[in-house]
Design a protein around this ligand. Structure first.
Ligand code: URA
Length: 244
């Protein structure tokens, strides 16, 4: 890997500033000053930036609390994407694991670990995704049973049995019935939860993802912000997908 890429993958500065720092002699490899940004860094080489050793991480993992109004995509010509919410200097191979609709909020994992993403998303892995939703209308046993039995959404999609739990019936100003529910699914079809509620004649007003497998949205993480996964979160997630 090129020296400038090695440093920029570690979010130290923009690629152009890193090139300048290298040319100015602020980077050493195995104790030797290197002025060529394109120099190939060999496995195990000790790279120091302004005298500080830089440890290379092949993979990075961020937990984002996605706000509404942002696309789950790596780039878009006109609209803000979840990648715009990551720290300024970030590696270019990161991507969101699965998609949340533009108006959906909550947990989104962003990584460059394609294998982990695949294992988390593959339906056969049966990784539970838990959502909280505010539904227009009164959700009751009819809907709970329908979700439990699996729903024929349309001719191309039958949703697998899903968990539906009523949390409360929040009062609305205009006295309309609303139900706060928790839904557990292990698939991730386009607009899945909204389409499942549509099938039982109800509308989703708000939708928020709370967890994905063992990864739980940090209640201290404000909407629109992200943080690195802790080692414990990562270990638990890795153990989970190894078992599936
Ligand atoms: N189901 C939906 O309908 N939308 C989402 O964003 C996620 C699950």
């Amino acid at each position: 890997m090129r020296l400038d890429k090695f440093l920029s993958d570690m979010n130290l500065d923009s690629r152009s500033n890193l090139k300048k720092a290298i040319r100015k002699g602020n980077v050493t490899v195995d104790g030797q000053m290197v002025r060529d940004p394109g120099m190939a860094v060999l496995d195990g080489a000790k790279v120091a930036y302004y005298g500080k050793l830089v440890r290379y991480e092949a993979f990075q993992y961020y937990m984002l609390n996605k706000p509404a109004g942002v696309l789950s995509a790596t780039s878009d010509r006109h609209q803000k994407t979840v990648m715009d919410l990551l720290p300024g200097e970030r590696r270019t191979d990161l991507f969101p694991v699965g998609r949340l609709d533009k108006d959906t909020t909550g947990l989104l994992l962003i990584t460059n670990d394609g294998d982990m993403a695949h294992r988390l998303l593959a339906p056969k892995s049966h990784v539970d995704k838990v959502y909280e939703a505010l539904i227009l209308g009164r959700v009751g046993s009819r809907e709970i049973e329908a979700f439990q039995g699996g729903l024929i959404v349309d001719e191309t999609f039958t949703a697998a049995p899903a968990g539906l739990e009523v949390i409360s019936h929040p009062l609305s100003v205009d006295q309309t019935d609303r139900t706060l529910v928790r839904i557990t699914i292990h698939e991730g079809k386009f607009h899945q939860i909204k389409r499942m509620f549509e099938t039982v004649g109800m509308e989703v007003l708000t939708l928020k993802r709370l967890s994905m497998g063992s990864l739980i949205l940090d209640p201290e993480l404000p909407e629109g912000e992200c943080r690195r996964l802790t080692e414990e979160e990562l270990d638990t997630l890795e153990n989970l997908i190894m078992k599936n």
